[in-house]
Design a protein around this ligand. Sequence first.
Ligand code: IPE
Ligand code: IPE
Ligand code: MG
Length: 239
Amino acid sequence: MKEENNNYNVPLHVAIIMDGNGRWAVNKGKKRQAGHKQGSKTLETICKQAYDLGIRYITTYAFSTENWSRPKEEVDNLMNLLRHYLKTSLKNAIKDNMRVRVIGDKTGLDDDIIESINKLEEGSKNNTGLQLQIALNYGGRDEIVRMTQKILSDYENNKIEINDINIDMISKYMDTADIPDPDLLIRTSGEMRLSNFLLWQIAYTEFYFVEKHWPDFNIEDLKDAIAYYNKTDRRYGGV
Ligand code: IPE
Ligand code: IPE
Ligand code: MG
């Protein structure tokens, strides 16, 4: 879906793989955690600016199901940064009229983090500005496994029949139920891969890869991504 805004076709929904925090820090002779901290600030700034450009949904990859394989020190640091981010986010969400939701397997996170997520989701659920989805302990394959489990459980409880299963119905069982599919996916830091992000939802998403590391990503880069998006011819299999 495209939305008109000052001659720009602004993507309604942008998905972001915020990659390169570690390399950004190492290049500056700092610890990787400094990159994660700066990266979380970049996210806050970009969310505000994106809304002003006309973007209405952002889904961003913050911690994958595979990121647990990193050294314990880095995982602990990321979880502590997340604790801090979730606490300040509620204030920011209220101030900026932003709705925040978390996608991913929340059950795999610590209890206090789950509690902060619930508070943030509940406290921002009526906000009508930017709709921000943060992917935490998220994997596209894991989401498909959990979707299948939910469907089978509803089938066993006689809530659905086999013929009820179709594309729209599956979409409603995904973590992104009721959120339109991303129009544009941005990955920073040069790698051209998905790393298990939103496998179901990006069937017809346009991809934009940029060499810059996430902490350095700014509004001009976002505008470049939108300009690229404007050059694409979204055909959805048609002519
Ligand atoms: C992305 O940056 C953030 C997370 C995966 C949590 P990285 O930590 O992957 O940074 P690089 O890719 O190693 O530079
Ligand atoms: C993807 O980045 C996950 C996040 C940005 C949170 P990774 O750095 O984990 O991906 P790979 O390991 O390079 O594929
Ligand atoms: Mg990385």
